[in-house]
Design a protein around this ligand. Structure first.
Ligand code: UN1
Length: 494
């Protein structure tokens, strides 16, 4: 019997009134991992009511004190890092070293936001009138509806929940149904750290039932969503009808430029890590390699040699480099794109098969796959695949490379490998992505810088860094007139 995990509403762990449950199996071997309560709109309503009630006192609890609770939470996360990492690998398949990185990202974020409790800076500025004081302060907004994906099951919830909480908001949290266990763990940690009941509420279930209800609930004031572009746009449309603030983090089609002067060994390291880390299931995954023709053959040769030797398997084995993809559906999507690439006439340089040797046949494994001589307008070079597939697009110049990087609907992450400082600065100037790396791959953003993308990747907001606090707060401008008489701005001082 697998453990049953429940919702957390108003400070209590409770099963949904639907009485329905669903299970999650290990994508590496099909073993039962856990059972979850399957919720509906009534559970979301209870969570939103609890969050709205808790907001009344949480917003007045001093921010440095909120920070102390988050500081405790970060310490608990740190103590339980190994246990959570193993559970994460079992539930969604990423290799254990990357699961540790995911938990570490949550630890980093939670400490960082704990510190913000003593900052949350506003502004003071002179008044245009005498004996008058002007300032602006950041105020919490209310109940934050948080909808997270399965690929970073602890890091992404932490990016959203900790800034929401430090700013004084309360939360209704709907995690991806592939990875509710990490959500349960994160909420358990917040509870143990002393976050009061009702401040954080967890509702487990599907997007159609629970996600929809979170977006539509009138007591939920703002929505932060990470997931696919199609779903994100529908979330934004529904949020807009109630004039809710909405932050979207969606797809990517991230490119790595390799110039003819690049260190090809370093570039190969960066490409393999970005393309096949997390089995390519990152929005930041390096899914295009834009290579100068002068070094195409040598680079592709190196990549093919090394990709062919990468070890697939259960991510709990420390020697495994590529774990399974998250589900049968995802595996089919990846296989479908491999077929699209072949039909489009790209050269399959390595991989291309669902991996079924031995124990791999019990899980959702796909070989690391590289397409060569891909044209920039092919579907495999335009659409997000979210699997271990990358496409090599040859070009003749930096200018052409930058055009290819920018020539997709997304704008999350990009990178350039070059030894020429002029090339690097040209790329920094002319590439329109939210994140840009020089001499590193496209993955591995740190939590204290803004994270997010342009065009179809986002809707203008940023997560992480202090930038995320702009989303979770509303500015209030305050004018204090101590002159003892009516002073009319724009009139009496002219
Ligand atoms: C994601 O893929 O949704 O920069 C997030 C990175 C990680 C976060 C990825 N720190 O790849």
């Amino acid at each position: 019997m697998a453990t049953l995990f429940k919702n957390y509403i108003g400070g209590k762990w409770i099963e949904s009134s639907t009485g329905k449950r669903f299970e999650r199996r290990n994508p590496a071997n099909g073993e039962l991992v856990a059972e979850y309560t399957s919720s509906n709109a009534a559970d979301v309503d209870a969570a939103a009511q609890a969050a709205a009630e808790a907001f009344k006192s949480w917003r007045l609890y001093p921010a440095p004190k909120r920070g102390e609770l988050l500081y405790k939470a970060a310490q608990i996360l740190q103590d339980r890092k190994e246990e959570f990492s193993r559970e994460m690998t079992e539930e969604m398949g990423k290799v254990i070293s990357e699961a540790r990185g995911d938990v570490q990202e949550a630890i980093d974020m939670t400490y960082y936001m704990a510190g913000e409790g003593r900052r949350l800076y506003g502004q003071t500025t002179p008044s245009e009138l005498p004996n008058k004081f002007n300032m602006s302060v950041k105020k919490p907004i209310g109940v934050a509806g948080i909808i997270t994906p399965w690929n970073f099951p602890m890091a992404i919830p932490s990016w959203k929940i900790t800034p929401a909480l430090i700013a004084g908001n309360t939360v209704v949290f709907k995690p991806a149904s592939f990875t509710p266990r990490m959500a349960v763990r994160f909420v358990e940690v917040l509870e143990e750290a002393g976050i009061p009941g009702g401040v954080i509420n967890l509702v487990i279930g599907g997007g159609g039932e629970v996600g929809h209800a979170v977006v539509e609930h009138p007591l939920v004031d703002l929505i932060s969503f990470t997931g696919s572009t199609d779903t994100g746009i529908s979330v934004a449309e529904r949020a807009a009808r109630q004039n809710k603030r909405c932050s979207l983090e969606m797809g990517g089609k991230n490119a790595i430029i390799v110039m003819d002067d690049a260190d090809l060994e370093l570039a190969s390291d960066g490409i393999l890590w970005s393309a096949f880390g997390t089995s390519g299931q990152r929005c930041t995954a390096g899914s295009r390699v834009i290579v100068h023709r002068a070094v195409q053959q040598e680079l592709v040769g190196r990549l093919v040699d090394r990709a062919g030797g990468m070890r697939l398997g259960n991510g709990l084995d420390e020697t495994v480099q590529i774990g399974p993809v998250v589900s049968q559906g995802q595996l089919e999507t990846v296989a479908g794109y491999v077929k699209v690439g072949q039909d489009e006439g790209a050269v399959l340089a390595t991989g291309g098969q669902v991996a079924t040797a031995g124990e791999l046949s019990c899980g959702f494994f796909h070989e690391p796959t590289i397409f060569d001589n891909v044209r920039a307008d092919m579907r495999i070079a335009q659409e997000e695949i979210f699997g271990p597939v990358t496409s090599v697009v040859p070009v003749d110049s930096l200018e052409e490379a930058i055009g290819v990087v920018n020539g997709v609907k997304y704008g999350l992450s990009a990178s350039i490998f070059t030894q020429d400082v002029n090339n690097a600065y040209r790329a920094m100037q002319d590439i329109f992505t939210g994140i840009l790396y020089v001499n590193a791959g496209t993955i591995g953003a740190e939590i204290h810088l803004p994270f997010g993308g342009t065009k179809a990747t986002g809707n203008g907001h940023r997560e992480a860094g202090t930038a995320t606090l702009d989303f979770y707060t509303e500015w209030q401008s305050i004018y204090v007139d101590y002159s003892g008489r009516l002073q009319r701005a724009q009139i009496d001082n002219q």
